[in-house]
Design a protein around this ligand. Structure first.
Ligand code: HEC
Length: 256
């Protein structure tokens, strides 16, 4: 064979030889996981049969099924998965990191009150999403999220890094701190009672909070009608109200 012909043959054969020498391909060739997470590695360009060796089954378990390796992260650490076929060995590096945590795991805030959530072990970029920005405002700085109550209601904050998603429910209570919901019909009348029974009937001479509408109404009627109570301060107090007013007061105080 002439020199140029030999050269041409060599050039033709070289890529073939180079290709033939390659071991199987793995995708991805490395994994970063958190404990409990599962991933799959695809094996391609396989020659002959495959065998799998795992350097650390405590960190990750790996099961070969067909041309796929099912990997489950077990504990923080690293493991090498060696995939061997007829042509050679490729390695998948598995790194198991501690999962991101957010503390506390839920929040209750008053309107305009601020609280912070602390993120530990984040991987990559932290993203915060807020299900209701009319109820709660958030601002992320480093690994701290400042949460501010905006209006009474609830919102869910979803905090994600590259490996983990955490959800933090936030409840915003009305700013006064006291019970301001419920019927307002008897509110003005009932405010006459607060000087002796505490705000919203919370204490004083006799605590009224917790009593039902019927209980309060019946007691008031008793003070109005029962001669045994005629000298009682409550009897003197209730004389001024009509029956409709007593009902309105009882209705309000039962659910202030
Ligand atoms: C000047 C003070 C005073 C005011 C005002 C007052 N109370 Fe009373 N109330 C008392 C006292 C003292 C008692 C304790 C029992 C008694 O002396 O009869 C009492 C007892 C009661 C009781 C019975 C408590 C129980 O659980 O046995 C009820 C119900 C009650 N008050 C409702 C009211 C309501 C409703 C109002 C407003 C419309 C009101 N009171 C306004 C002083 C007051």
């Amino acid at each position: 064979m002439s020199m140029p012909k030999k050269l041409a043959l060599l050039v033709l054969l070289l890529p073939l030889v180079a290709f033939e020498a390659l071991a199987a391909k793995v995708s991805p060739s490395s994994l970063t996981m958190v404990p409990g997470q599962k991933s799959t590695v695809a094996v391609s360009s396989v020659s002959g049969s495959l065998t799998l060796t795992n350097s650390n089954a405590q960190v990750a378990s790996a099961v070969l099924s067909g041309n796929k390796i099912q990997v489950t992260a077990n504990a923080v650490g690293s493991a090498n998965l060696s995939v061997k076929d007829k042509k050679g060995t490729v390695t998948v590096k598995v790194t198991v990191k501690p999962a991101m945590t957010v503390s506390p795991t839920s929040l209750t805030l008053a309107v305009n009150q601020k609280a912070t959530l602390t993120i530990s072990n984040p991987s990559g970029t932290i993203r915060v999403s807020n299900s209701d920005t009319s109820k709660v405002a958030t601002s992320l700085s480093g690994s701290t999220i400042t949460v501010t109550g905006k209006a009474a209601g609830t919102a869910t904050l979803t905090i994600k890094d590259s490996l983990t998603t955490r959800k933090v429910p936030v409840q915003v209570t009305s700013s006064s701190g006291g019970p301001i919901t419920g019927t307002t019909e008897g509110r003005l009348l009932a405010s006459n009672c607060f000087q002796c029974h505490g705000t919203y009937g919370s204490g004083g001479f006799e605590k009224l909070l917790g009593e039902t509408e019927a209980e309060i109404y019946e007691e008031l009627v008793e003070y109005q009608e029962d001669p045994d109570f005629s000298t009682d301060i409550m009897a003197a107090h209730v004389q001024g109200y009509t029956d409709a007013q007593l009902r309105a007061i009882a209705k309000y105080l039962a659910k202030p």
